[in-house]
Write a protein that binds this ligand. Structure first.
Ligand SMILES: [Zn+2]
Length: 138
């Protein structure tokens, strides 16, 4: 690593989360690195060791305050997503084929799925027609 003074800024709950945080930090100009285990040797011996060792996020000490703030922001947004997802976690999609609506989870927003009634393909969520399609009505 190129860190002058490596510091652990965060311990992630999973490798996937660690990976996301590292990418998020790098996107914000903070050099970051995730490591599951400091020795590295145990990773060879036990394939499932990552389930027991929580991955640490490393940054250079001088970027520590920035990284901490970014991660806090990241965690808050994650919580906010989970909270706001409750109750509004479904998108009702009107099928043009049969005229019925089918609920889809909001995580499928922007994807193409099949109507629950006639299995026609339907677009879930709001597609950006306004930006890309046609002239404005007047
Ligand atoms: Zn249908």
């Amino acid at each position: 690593m190129d860190f002058k003074k490596p510091s652990i800024v965060h311990t992630a709950g999973s490798n996937a989360e660690a990976h996301m945080i590292v990418l998020m930090l790098q996107a914000n100009g903070v050099l970051a690195h995730a490591s599951e285990d400091q020795s590295g040797v145990s990773l060879w011996a036990f394939g499932t060791i990552s389930q027991f060792h929580k991955p640490n996020i490393w940054v250079d000490e001088e970027t520590l305050p920035t990284a901490t703030a970014l991660i806090q922001d990241f965690e808050e947004k994650k919580k906010a997503n989970v909270t706001s997802g409750e109750g509004s976690g479904e998108i009702q999609v009107l099928c043009e084929g049969c005229g019925k609506t089918t609920p889809f989870p909001s995580t499928l927003d922007g994807t193409t799925q099949q109507c629950g009634h006639c299995h026609a393909y339907v677009d879930v969520g709001e597609l950006p027609w306004d930006d890309d399609y046609g002239e404005p009505e007047s």
